[in-house]
Design a protein around this ligand. Structure first.
Ligand code: FEO
Length: 403
């Protein structure tokens, strides 16, 4: 039994918390867990917006029953087919055999492929309307945010948007579901980590979606993960955060990500960081790629404008953790960064050569000099590392004044 949880008059929260999984998508660490949010609109007709991960289906259906009792669900609105939200669909269809499933032409293919569901599927197009009685739903297709079928559902009378993954965050809802019942700031870093790693590749599609949303008045944002945003100030903040992140805009600050087997390359990172700090850069994050999860490094690369990467030479290549980080950066099409690099070797250098190639292909603004140490820092390479830290700081300071 659950006490029904109202978002507004006839909109209810029926989502669940996952404090068990270690990895979201079997990739991304969940130190603070994650919520799978689902919502019911109880009107003359009843609509369910998305479901939850199959592991939580039993809790989910108990919550649905607490809101509806014996009343059936008439429509399942599928904003997103990724199985963390579509997992309970088969069970839902078995429970409510007359349910109509609402999605778009990209949803249908996934419904068939994942769940062999082909009947009672209602296809909608961008901006189509569906009346539940007093509530009017309007659908906005938002492809590649972050799957091709993703869409959002707007309840006109409540000025409430069900946004799919957009504006969502890692982190469970510990008691409070609404932003007014929690401390929104505690979700900010996890929202950026979610965005940068999962949605980050699709900045231009996010911009298209934000433009669509600018046509409507929004008083509540109900995402599939994290808190429900109801306060005007918070809605402004999360929308502008998405706008900024999807433009690849970043604040003054520096990420130094390095691999280091025995600490020599790490010492170069320390020298660069100290000099950048001495020249006015307060937000500096050093990440040892062998310890920090890539999702944290990517999060900080989305936050800060400066990026310096260092690597030892390993089997005549980059250090493996650095190589995969470069791939993750390229995969997310990160733009508008000031980039420097350094590396080391013991008998034959290759890391700096590969970082140079990366800098030439990625399209970042390069800040030099690059630094290459043989075995350990010496007087000459120390000077170069100091110069790289100073030059990066000067560049970031100048950009901050310009912006
Ligand atoms: Fe929360 Fe893209 O699934």
């Amino acid at each position: 039994m659950y006490k029904p949880l109202n978002i507004s008059d006839n909109i209810f929260y029926v989502g669940v918390n996952d404090r068990t999984k270690h990895l979201f998508e079997n990739l991304w660490p969940l130190p603070k867990g994650v919520s799978y949010n689902s919502y019911i609109i109880r009107d003359e007709k009843v609509a369910l917006i998305d479901t939850v991960d199959i592991c939580y289906a039993e809790i989910f259906f108990n919550k649905v029953d607490s809101v509806l009792g014996k009343k059936p669900v008439d429509y399942l609105i599928i904003n997103h087919m990724e199985p963390d939200h579509s997992g309970a669909i088969e069970w839902l269809v078995n429970r409510y055999p007359n349910i109509q499933i609402v999605g778009n032409n990209r949803t249908a293919d996934m419904l068939k492929g994942y769940y062999n569901i082909t009947e009672n599927v209602k296809m909608i197009k961008d901006r189509d309307i569906l009346s539940l009685g007093k509530c009017t739903l309007q659908f906005f297709l938002t492809p590649m945010l972050h799957w091709p079928e993703t869409m959002m559902t707007y309840v006109q009378e409540h000025k409430t948007i069900f946004a799919g993954d957009a504006f969502g965050s890692f982190g469970t809802l510990d008691g409070g579901v609404l932003d007014t019942q929690t401390v929104p700031e505690k979700y900010e870093d996890e929202m950026i980590r979610y965005y940068s790693n999962i949605v980050g590749k699709y900045g231009s599609q996010v911009q298209v979606a934000l433009k669509k949303l600018s046509d409507i008045e929004i008083e509540k944002i109900c995402s599939t993960h994290g808190p429900v945003w109801t306060e005007k100030e918070n809605i402004g903040k999360v929308v502008s955060l998405y706008d900024k992140l999807s433009r690849y805009e970043a604040e003054k600050g520096l990420v130094i990500a390095y691999g280091s087997m025995y600490g020599n390359v790490e010492q170069v990172a320390e020298v660069i960081a100290a000099e950048a700090a001495a020249n006015g850069i307060c937000n500096i994050v050093l990440h040892n790629v062998s310890k920090s999860h890539h999702s944290e490094i990517i999060r900080d690369i989305f936050k800060y404008r400066g990026l310096i990467i260092g690597s030892p030479t390993y089997n005549n290549k980059l250090y493996p953790g650095v190589e995969s980080l470069l791939s993750a950066i390229q995969n997310r099409a990160v733009k508008n960064r000031c980039f420097g690099y350094f590396g080391g070797f013991t008998w034959a250098g290759a890391a700096v050569k590969h970082l140079k190639e990366f800098s030439e292909t990625i399209g970042f603004e390069t800040v030099g000099p690059s630094v290459e140490i043989k075995q350990s820092l010496n007087a000459a390479t120390l000077e170069e590392a100091v110069a790289l830290g100073r030059n990066m700081a000067e560049k970031l300071n100048a950009d901050a004044v310009r912006d």
